[in-house]
Ligand binder design. Sequence first.
Ligand SMILES: NC(=O)c1ccc[n+]([C@@H]2O[C@H](COP(=O)([O-])OP(=O)(O)OC[C@H]3O[C@@H](n4cnc5c(N)ncnc54)[C@H](OP(=O)(O)O)[C@@H]3O)[C@@H](O)[C@H]2O)c1
Length: 295
Amino acid sequence: MDRIKLNDALDVSRLVYGMWRIGDDADTSTAHVQNKISACLDQGITTMDQADIYGGYEAEEILGNALTPGLRNQIEIVTKCDIVAPAGRYADAKVKYYDTSRAHILASVEHSLRLMKTDHIDLLLIHRPDPLMDHHETGAALDDVIASGKVRSVGVSNFRPYDWDLLQSGMKNKLVTNQIEMSLLCHEPFTNGDLAHLQRLAVPPMAWSPLGGGVLFDSAIAALRTKLAEIGADQGVDVAAVAVAWLLAHPARILPVLGTNNLDRIKQISDADRVTMDRVTWYELYTLALGHEVA
Ligand SMILES: NC(=O)c1ccc[n+]([C@@H]2O[C@H](COP(=O)([O-])OP(=O)(O)OC[C@H]3O[C@@H](n4cnc5c(N)ncnc54)[C@H](OP(=O)(O)O)[C@@H]3O)[C@@H](O)[C@H]2O)c1
């Protein structure tokens, strides 16, 4: 498994394991979560993606309960903050909102450290752009959590280029990634400037829901599914590995964040790095995803 350097303090595995659905699994036992992490490590997937809000603010604790010191040292933890929804510790919130204030960021980091039983977060992301963000305040808070040693690196998620530029202008440290939705079912970032912006900055993006949250294999375009299956059969890999390889083929150095709860699929999807995806094949899939040939 390739590794990608995000800055001098942090490199991550090319495939990232996402824990949004960890609480939805029928089995959330410590042993099963440890098995999932081991299944990832067996494939060279060392980077785990979390957020304070996952599982109604409980997913970080499910991970924390499974993290022995030995396991913690083998992984990088990504987590996120700023979404406040009426659940868990915010059950009294009157409305769902975003909070990029200094007080919220500092408090959220403390919760994440405590719940995951760790002394540092490898990468903290601002989860969603906040219309009320004061970039000087948010930027200084992010610089401060790095200075304190509690967070090694910071980035964002779901930011448009102008949101990124605004926050970056209020900070000393460089933002190291933008985690955005990208897949054969969500390909707008390839043409709307989101990827171009990150490529110009040489910042590798993370792709959330790289299989469209599973829709790719369910209700999505039948011809696309057939083509993915054909390529998979030719190359001896699962269809999901082909869909992920489509993202890996892009020169932006996309880091897909996998969401499967299935131990076998962690291995199957990891075959993505041995799929050959030439330009014509990439465009065949893109054409089917678009529903028409390119102009
Ligand atoms: N930053 C953000 O705003 C944001 C938003 C959403 C998600 N995320 C991150 O991105 C991660 C991945 O998102 P995601 O879970 O939507 O990713 P995904 O990998 O696109 O979708 C995972 C879903 O697809 C299903 N699936 C996988 N392979 C399949 C196959 N061959 N056939 C049928 N179903 C299949 C999985 O079911 P099984 O479990 O049964 O395999 C699971 O329900 C999350 O865990 C989270 O870390 C971030």
